[in-house]
Ligand binder design. Structure first.
Ligand code: S3P
Length: 438
């Protein structure tokens, strides 16, 4: 089936009720395969996200000779091969839509003994890779991309890497993680300084695998040459997937929804902070720690939202949730202003342009700016939205129907499966009138 053939039709109105668990965290699932493969011993993962992006990472490690059982109902068993046990894949590695796989694996593979080529789909083939290849080259890696700095990424193995002390120009967990993974193999210490805090799952999981990582303020350091010891990982539900339902239950009148076992790592909770500042009624219960990651049940009840100026410090902490937050902003009273979010232009789509177009199609006054957007709260009408193959755009506009006057049609939705398999059924279960056709 061609990706562009999958469409959503979402009927207007409805309320959001019930208690659900959304699928596992995408970032943590990727890292569980990577570190589990490099560890000594057997790693068992539960709650693994069986989305296409994570399956791309899993297949990549299988092609490097790692024996991986599953996934079966979120359970994966990885027979780690140790730090030096990966084998040449003998063919290009296709990573689909997954930027995280491409950027993290570029770091890891630049330290291996073999050559390899990483490719991706149309969207991934347009995404910037110099942010990782430049600092990796400074460590001694040999990597080629297209002239524009985009994939395919050709990595020449057999290089001796040296640790660096790198100040990242962009706040990016992918860049940080890519350098730390290369740093595991480098001579000496690798330090990465972030301009603002970004998700720290790599650091947490490395420690969980017994690898010392020092964090001091915004500087993260590790020493090359150590080992990883297998461990078990329980992946919490993905706050990025939960975000669509947080917005849905906030904007749909008479809603009361509980999202169970959601990861609330403070480097990921920007969406909660921003929605609360807009007046959302969000409560956390059963706060606990699971395998080094904080988790809670999140209860959301309908609320009248108000427009705000989104604090720039929250941007990296909510970087994947802005499409959903924009839908909330369109339902708020007054104006919402986002600045300092240029990174949104280089995600799976240009999320500033694509969201602004879609909001305008539905009758909202939305003005894109170079590094953000200005949205006036209003009334959604109806219409057809092109998601441009971006999973988060498709799911965000599905939620907009809760406050629309007519049906919302969304095209090019196949990539919802990259991060949220089962989205349509779960959305139906809590009260969204959504159908998928292809
Ligand atoms: C991710 C980091 C973020 C995020 C992406 C997942 C990760 O990207 O947008 O969906 O798992 O490290 P950047 O680090 O490029 O902001």
């Amino acid at each position: 089936m061609s990706g562009s053939d999958v469409r959503f039709q979402v009927q207007p109105g409805g309320k959001i009720k019930g208690a659900i668990r959304v699928p596992g965290d995408k970032s943590i699932s990727h890292r569980s395969i990577m570190l589990g493969s490099l560890a000594e011993g057997t790693t068992q993962v539960t709650g693994f996200l069986e989305g296409e992006d994570n399956l791309a990472t899993l297949d990549a490690f299988r092609s490097l000779g790692v024996n991986i059982h599953g996934p079966e109902n979120g359970k994966v068993v990885i027979a780690g091969v140790g730090m030096h046990g990966l084998k040449s894949p003998g063919k290009d590695i296709y990573l689909g839509n997954s930027g995280t796989s491409m950027r993290l694996l570029t770091g890891l593979f630049s330290a291996q003994a073999f050559d390899c080529v990483l490719t991706g789909d149309k969207s991934l083939s347009g995404r910037p890779m110099r942010r990782v290849t430049d600092p990796l080259a400074r460590m001694g890696a040999e990597i080629e991309t297209t002239e524009k700095g985009t994939p395919p990424v050709h990595i020449h193995g057999g290089q001796k890497l040296c640790g660096i002390d790198y100040a990242m120009p962009v706040a990016s967990a992918q860049v940080k993680s890519s350098l730390l993974l290369a740093g595991l193999y480098a001579n000496g210490q690798t330090c990465v300084t972030e301009p603002a805090p970004t998700r720290d799952h790599t650091e947490r999981m490395l420690r969980g695998f017994g690898y010392p990582v020092q964090t001091q303020g915004n500087k993260i350091c590790l020493l090359g040459g150590g080992k990883l010891k297998a461990t078990n990982i329980d992946v919490p539900a993905d706050i990025s997937s939960a975000a669509f339902f947080m917005v849905a239950a906030s904007i749909a009148p008479d809603s009361d929804l509980t999202l169970q076992h959601v990861g609330i790592n403070p480097t990921r909770t920007g969406v909660i902070n921003i929605l609360r500042q807009m007046g959302a009624d969000i409560g956390l219960a059963n706060e606990r720690e699971v395998g080094g990651e904080p988790v809670a049940d999140i209860r959301i009840r309908s609320a009248q939202l108000k427009g705000i100026r989104i604090p720039e410090a929250q941007v990296p902490l909510a970087i994947d949730e802005f499409p959903a937050i924009f839908v909330a902003a369109a339902c708020a009273q007054g104006q919402t202003v986002l600045t300092g979010a240029h990174e949104l232009r280089v995600k799976e789509s240009d999320r500033i342009a694509v969201m602004a177009d879609g909001l305008v199609t539905l009758g909202i006054n939305a003005k894109p700016t170079e590094d953000g957007i200005i949205i006036e709260g209003g009334q959604f009408g109806s219409g057809e939205i092109n998601s441009h193959g971006d999973h988060r755009i498709a799911m965000s506009f599905a939620m907009a129907a809760l406050r629309a006057q007519g049906t919302i049609h969304i095209t090019d939705c196949a990539n919802v499966n990259t991060s949220f398999p089962g989205f349509v059924m779960l959305a139906q279960q809590v009260g969204l009138t959504i159908e998928q056709s292809s």
